[in-house]
Write a protein that binds this ligand. Sequence first.
Ligand SMILES: O=P(O)(O)OC[C@@H](O)[C@@H](O)c1c[nH]c2ccccc12
Length: 256
Amino acid sequence: MLADLTAGALSDAREREQLRPLSEVESAALAAPPALDALSALAPADRVKIIAEVKRASPSRGALADIPDPAQLAVSYQTGGASAISVLTEGRRFKGSLADLENVRAAVSIPVLRKDFISIPYQVFEARAAGADLALLIVAALDDATLSELYGLIRELGMTALVETHSAAELERALDLGAELIGVNARNLSTFELDRDLFGRLAPQIPSGVVRVAESAVLAPADVAHYREAGADVVLIGEALVTNDPILTLGEFLAV
Ligand SMILES: O=P(O)(O)OC[C@@H](O)[C@@H](O)c1c[nH]c2ccccc12
């Protein structure tokens, strides 16, 4: 499934490239206002921080919410105390778009993450051109050479990479890269199985100085507390925020 998602996102990117060639997107990326300092925004603190996700649907959970106005949702996230916003830009299964990201970027003043299945430089330039401050790299989807090429490009453009892992071996690869912001996704993107305790098993292997992000499967304040106790600096939350009142729910999650 992860291979399918990545292949689909790649073919959609190739199609966009027919309309807007690399050179043009590269120029737009270089001309964009500088990326915000996401590492500072997400730095470890006395309290857990939240990356709140704009998420309409997912292959594992189906349709979640319509979200006619992603910018308005993102403003609620910011008002509710989120430290950054994640915008799913994958169109086929998650029903997102780069336009969503642009609209969110224009509406909030906190860092914005392009959440997608990135496998070529074109998608990184697109992210920056649309105003993203962070871009997701999924270790399981990329070979070492591609991972380090994309990681280098994200940094060169002044952005921060959220490097996503789902095993000890993937974590090792993320650390070899020098990643400063590492996510552990409780959901296996190949089987969609959830393992809420994976973060707790991997976190001790993440050195201090690296920001630790627990991703997925937060439905209640107790889940935030569970990740926090296991060492999470940041928790990334989608479904619970798009299916409930975002400001109230963030308040409950941030109070743990
Ligand atoms: O909706 P949830 O269970 O709160 O999960 C959010 C986020 O972690 C999830 O959307 C996600 C994590 N890694 C990804 C990679 C691609 C697409 C989506 C994801």
